[in-house]
Design a protein. Structure first.
Length: 228
C-alpha cells in the first residue's frame, strides 16, 4: 500500500484533530478487520454450530448455540440432527467467507467467526430458522449481535424449528433469573442464581421472556429435551 501524506494546515504541531483524526482511525480499523477475514472451503460439518475447513482448521460459528449431538453413547438433544442437516445444506462443500469475532479463537483453538456464503449471513439464518438460539458474548460485534437477537425474536414468534416443542417444556415456563453482565440466566433457586449481585439481577417470568431479551440458559442446567 503506498504511503499517504496527510497535511494538517490547522495544527502547527502536526497532530491530527477532529474529523480527520476520526477518519484515519476508522480506516485503520476497517483495514485491520478486513485483513483478518478469509475465504475457505468447508470439508465437514460436525454439528449445528461447528465445522471443519479443507485445511483442517475448526470453526465455531459466533453468537449462536445449537442442541448437542450425543457423544460417547450419550443421546442427542432435541433438534441436534436437524440443526446439523441445515448447516450441511448451507455450507458443506462451499467456499465461505469468515470474519473472526471477538478474540478470534476460543480455548479449544477453534476460529470463532461470522460466516457468509455469498451474501447469506449463516449465523443469522441458523437462528432465523429456529435451528439455533442467540448466545451473547461481550467481545462480539454489537451490530451483528442485534441482528441475531432480532432473528431469534422473529423465529420464536413464528414458532420456527425447535421453538414449538421447547416452549412447552415445564422448565421453560418457570421463573428465571438473569445476570445483566453475562447475559446468562438460571432457574429461580439455582445455586448460581443466588450468587448474582443485586445490580446485575433481572427477573423473568419464563425462559421465553429471557430469550426475547437476549439471555441464554446456563449450560449446566441441561433443560433441553433429550431424544430417546
Amino acid at each position: 500500500m503506498p504511503k499517504v501524506r496527510i497535511k494538517n494546515s490547522n495544527s502547527r504541531s502536526g497532530v491530527l484533530k477532529g474529523p480527520v483524526f476520526f477518519f484515519v482511525l476508522c480506516c485503520l480499523f476497517f483495514n485491520a478487520a478486513t485483513a483478518s477475514a478469509f475465504e475457505a472451503r468447508v470439508r465437514y460439518v460436525i454439528d449445528g454450530d461447528t465445522f471443519v475447513l479443507a485445511d483442517n482448521r475448526h470453526v465455531r460459528i459466533a453468537g449462536i448455540d445449537t442442541p448437542e449431538i450425543g457423544r460417547d453413547g450419550k443421546p442427542d438433544q432435541y433438534y441436534a440432527r436437524q440443526a446439523k442437516a441445515m448447516l450441511n445444506k448451507l455450507i458443506l462443500g462451499k467456499r465461505v467467507r469468515i470474519e473472526p469475532a471477538g478474540k478470534g479463537k476460543d480455548r479449544y483453538k477453534r476460529i470463532i467467526g461470522w460466516v457468509y456464503v455469498d451474501n447469506l449471513f449463516v449465523n443469522k439464518r441458523m437462528i432465523r430458522k429456529g435451528a439455533a438460539f442467540y448466545y451473547f458474548h461481550k467481545g462480539n460485534d454489537r451490530g451483528k449481535q442485534k441482528l441475531l437477537l432480532q432473528a431469534q425474536r422473529n423465529a420464536y414468534k413464528e414458532k420456527k424449528g425447535f421453538w414449538p416443542v421447547v416452549s412447552k417444556l415445564k422448565k421453560f415456563n418457570k421463573p428465571w433469573v438473569g445476570n445483566k453482565k453475562s447475559r446468562r440466566c438460571f432457574l429461580t433457586g439455582d445455586r448460581y442464581a443466588e450468587k448474582i449481585g443485586r445490580l446485575n439481577r433481572v427477573k423473568f417470568s419464563s425462559l421465553g421472556e429471557a430469550f426475547y431479551e437476549g439471555y441464554s440458559p446456563a449450560r449446566h442446567l441441561n433443560f433441553w429435551p433429550i431424544v430417546k
